[in-house]
Design a protein around this ligand. Structure first.
Ligand code: VG1
Ligand code: CO
Length: 543
């Protein structure tokens, strides 16, 4: 095997964020940039020689090129076998599934998730560990530390691998196995859900529309909804992964999935609509003229879990990220199971799932999943909803309204201020920090502050501590405002403001969340001086 040791110099900016290393494609195209990060990853791992690695991505620009480089570096570093998705395609949940099923030591997912793609867009690399989940902070910190001192990397000089033909080939002693991107994942879904019942639903009068946003879930959605579950051809829209996602922003929310929103809120709307993101781990659920808030979606799935074969035995617990609404907490309380509150990012759910403390997890950012893998899972959530609807024979809106009647409604909204100058964003957070000690007991109209802090999390399983995970202001009536800076952006800063307020009275469950939350929004502005400090009149995205 012709291994070359290449001399390199460290880059100072290879710190993984909420979900891996994300940068502009142009950053990754700098000589040695990708190689440095991959070598830093291998250098931070132990005992992987001769073992299996899973590799794939969401199909965005630079995916194939990066895969060829990583394959040659894996061979040079002594990996035994790489399972790579055909055409370089593996969704994030499918990668997690394959890692677990093949007993791999880990996986590399090439994606910048919901960030736009193409030569001027973003690219990303995420390392997942042997449980199939995102590397915990101690691993990402080790990778970052290594990346700051790295001075060489190893690569095999070999021709490119044909990624489009299934089967095995070799680079030196390492086997490259091109696998069907969909098969293992589809089988797992079939083992969890009542496919017969969903088939009946989708071949009857019920109509659904799935928007894959030109991103990775297209082949999965075609195979599962149209081929196995009998949905008519055309149910899946934008179902071919494109390198630039058709120029769009593959983020399934009311703003970026506007094509789907128009269909579901238009004339002759179908019964059900869903969308997923770049790498297939997010989902948005819509009913006819009805939007389901992700936090509510988590609560509904948990409340109805025993209707679904894979969860018939009930749930051990629920976990949600801190900014996610407390709707799930109410379900957990009623079920008599624990509800855990973790920092933002799926990596924090891994230990709870491994220890069987939580069965279902979710984030307000359109992410839900369970212990079937260790990533969030967009199509899983869609199938879960379909399974519940098939059993209950209700519309999405009816189901949601029944849920609110039982548990009350947690009005919820998130405001994103994207592309804020980093200095301004840091000033805003520093100002909030300065106010934290004085806020308790302060009154804003009828509301009184019960607590204010910067969220710190102690992992109940391994005791690791993660600090500064978001500024929280909680009021005595249970309402909350949370401020965080995003850890997934690639330019400037993104301020996220999360607003939540509980309403028990069923006669008040039909308000527009923006109306219901108007007072809280005003308080957020008063406390954080968002307009002045960001220089922005209004958020760029409201979900
Ligand atoms: C965002 C979301 C977070 C999610 C993360 C990765 O992070 O808020 O809930 O886990 O994206 O999702 P941040 O730091 O920008 O707020 V994905 O689908 O981009 O892997
Ligand atoms: Co994603």
């Amino acid at each position: 095997m012709n291994i070359e040791t290449v001399t390199t110099q460290p880059f100072s900016d290879q710190k993984p964020g909420t979900s891996g290393l994300r940068k502009l494609v142009t950053a990754f195209e700098q000589p040695h940039y990708l190689e440095n990060f991959i070598q830093s990853t291998f250098d931070s791992l132990e005992n992987y020689q001769g073992q299996t690695l899973v590799l794939g991505g969401d199909g965005r620009y630079y995916n194939r090129q990066a895969i060829q480089t990583i394959l040659k570096m894996a061979a040079a570093n002594g990996v035994g076998r790489v399972k790579v998705g055909q055409g370089g395609i593996l969704s994030t949940p499918a990668t997690s599934c394959v890692i677990r099923q093949s007993g791999a030591f880990g996986g590399i997912i090439l994606s910048a998730s919901h960030n736009p793609g193409g030569p001027d867009g973003d690219f990303g690399v995420k390392y997942n560990i042997s449980n199939g989940g995102p590397a915990p902070e101690k691993v990402t910190e080790a990778i970052f530390a290594r990346s700051k001192v790295i001075d060489h990397y190893k690569i095999v000089m070999a021709p490119d691998i044909d990624l489009d033909t299934l089967g095995e080939s070799q680079i030196g002693e390492m086997v490259v196995e091109v696998i069907n991107s969909v098969a293992d994942y589809a089988k797992l879904m079939e083992s969890l859900f009542d496919f017969d019942r969903i088939h009946q639903l989708l071949t009857g009068s019920f109509r659904m529309c799935m928007d894959s946003m030109h991103a990775v879930t297209g082949p999965y959605a075609h195979a599962i909804f149209e081929q196995r579950l009998g949905a008519p051809a055309g149910t899946v829209q934008n179902g071919i992964p494109l390198e630039d996602f058709g120029g769009g922003h593959p983020d399934p929310n009311l703003v970026y999935a506007h094509d789907l929103v128009e269909v579901l809120f238009g004339e002759n709307a179908p019964d059900f609509g869903a969308a997923s993101d770049g790498d297939g781990d997010r989902n948005m659920i819509l009913g006819r003229k009805f939007f389901v808030t992700p936090s509510d979606s988590l609560a509904v799935l948990a409340a109805n879990a025993t209707l679904v074969p894979g969860y018939r035995e009930g749930l051990a617990g629920i976990a949600r990220s801190m900014p996610t609404s407390q709707a799930a907490d109410r379900v957990a309380a009623k079920l008599g199971i624990p509800c855990y509150e973790t920092p933002t990012g799926w990596k924090f759910f891994g230990n709870l799932l491994d220890a069987n403390q939580a069965t279902i997890c979710g984030e307000e950012s359109f992410g839900t999943s369970s212990n079937h893998i260790r990533e969030k899972d967009g199509l899983w959530a869609v199938l879960f909803w379909l399974n519940i609807l098939a059993v209950k024979q209700q519309s999405v809106e009816e189901l949601m309204q029944d849920h609110w009647k039982t548990y009350g409604r947690n009005y919820y909204s998130r405001y994103d201020y994207e592309g804020v100058e980093s200095d301004r964003a840091n000033t805003l957070v520093a100002n909030l920090h300065a106010q934290l000690p004085t806020l308790k007991g302060k009154k804003f109209g009828d509301r009184k502050v019960e607590f204010s802090d910067d969220f710190s999390y102690t992992d109940p399983i391994d005791g690791s501590i993660s600090q500064n995970q978001g500024v929280r202001i909680g009021f005595t009536d249970g309402s909350r405002i949370v401020f965080r800076l995003s850890g997934t952006g690639t330019q400037g800063a993104t301020l996220r403001v999360y607003l939540e307020q509980y309403e028990a009275d069923p006669t008040k469950h039909h308000l527009d969340p923006q109306e219901a939350l108007a007072d809280l929004i005003a308080i957020a502005e008063e406390v954080a001086q968002i307009r002045t400090l960001t220089g922005m009149e209004k958020p760029t995205v409201i979900t």
